[in-house]
Design a protein around this ligand. Structure first.
Ligand code: GLY
Length: 334
């Protein structure tokens, strides 16, 4: 055996040894091994989707439509979160989102693919599907994040349509709020309903997306956690992914979704990882009783977790052909 062949053979044998398998000796294919085992950390042939809140059900259906035809997780999460972005009854995501305190609808979104590529837009106006602009930032620019007018300019240059997003309903709610609130942005457990989504496709690859109109009646220029990679959402194809909903300021301060994914990397289950991240927020934020934050997580075995500060956080989970809403466990039991 020449030196090159010897080095290659030794490397393959070591990898085979590490994985505890004999596919390298020709008895099994790598694919067959991964299908029959989760030792490789990869779940094949079982598309799985998790997303935040009850409205995640319709989003999961759209994502599954992509996955069931053999589509990839990136296409699935984009298609999935576009459903609440387009929903005129959804006042916290996309085109019908409540405006900021100046009456402007400003949207935030981010996306990550299986290779760790990431794209994001923040404080973008007049574009109904910020998630698709975030994807275009990821795929067509050398950058990760575009904001405000620059993000809008990029969107228009790439064929997105400029629209007035403030609906009559949202305008009415804003006018009512102005009368009562004297321009103080509201902070409370019920004012944030971001959609975050994670999906695993037939190849066992994970991607994630997150999109929101943010805190209703926020200060003009305010950006929350949702477009910030590692805060509102994070996905790592070696481990799994996480997404956050709730008061973005609290999530940003602990790099919430990254925290959850790193906890899974270090051996925690998705449920334990979500609980740890909520407890971290509770330890650090004195006013935690006045806020809501919830996390969802999905590891590469297709196992899920969800946890929130306050009772009431729900999520939608689609696996083995079944798409259901679940109540998450929560911290504030009193
Ligand atoms: N989590 C959404 C936001 O705070 O904007």
């Amino acid at each position: 055996m020449n030196r090159r062949k010897f080095v290659l053979n030794t490397a393959l044998t070591s990898i085979g040894g590490l994985l505890g398998i004999n596919y390298l000796k020709g008895n099994n294919s790598l694919e067959a091994h991964l299908k029959s085992s989760v030792n490789g950390g990869i779940m094949l042939d079982n598309p799985t989707i998790i997303s935040t809140w009850r409205f995640g059900i319709a989003a999961n259906d759209a994502a599954y439509e992509v996955l069931s035809k053999g589509g990839n997780a990136l296409d699935a999460v984009e298609a999935g979160v576009k459903v609440p972005e387009a929903d005129l009854n959804n006042t916290s995501v996309g085109r019908a989102g409540y405006p900021d305190r100046d009456g402007k609808v400003t949207l935030d979104a981010c996306i990550m693919d299986k290779d760790g590529n990431a794209g994001s837009v923040a404080f973008i106006q007049h574009i109904a599907h910020p998630i698709s602009v975030a994807r275009a930032v990821m795929e067509k620019t050398p950058h990760v994040m575009l904001v405000g007018d620059g993000a809008l300019q990029f969107a228009l240059e790439n064929g997105f349509k400029k629209e007035e997003l403030l609906t009559e309903n949202a305008k009415k709610a804003w006018e009512e709020w102005k009368k009562k609130n004297n321009y103080t942005p509201p902070i409370g457990p019920n004012n944030h309903d971001t959609i975050g989504m994670l999906a695993i496709d037939k190849e066992g690859n994970i991607s994630g997306a997150c999109t929101t109109s943010g805190l209703a009646f926020k200060m003009h220029g305010r950006v929350g956690d949702s477009p910030i990679i590692g805060a509102g959402m994070y996905a790592d194809n070696n481990v799994g992914g996480a997404a956050a909903t709730g008061l973005g300021e609290a999530v940003i301060k602990v790099a919430g979704s990254f925290l959850v994914v790193e906890a899974m990397r270090n051996g925690r289950t998705p449920q334990e990882a979500c609980e740890m991240a909520v407890h971290r927020i509770v330890e650090k934020q004195k006013n935690y009783k006045d806020i809501q934050v919830g996390f969802i997580a999905l590891n590469k075995h297709g196992e899920r977790g969800a946890y929130s500060i306050v009772k009431g956080f729900q999520y939608a989970f689609h696996q083995k052909g079944e798409n259901k809403v679940y109540d998450s466990d929560y911290h504030l039991k009193e």
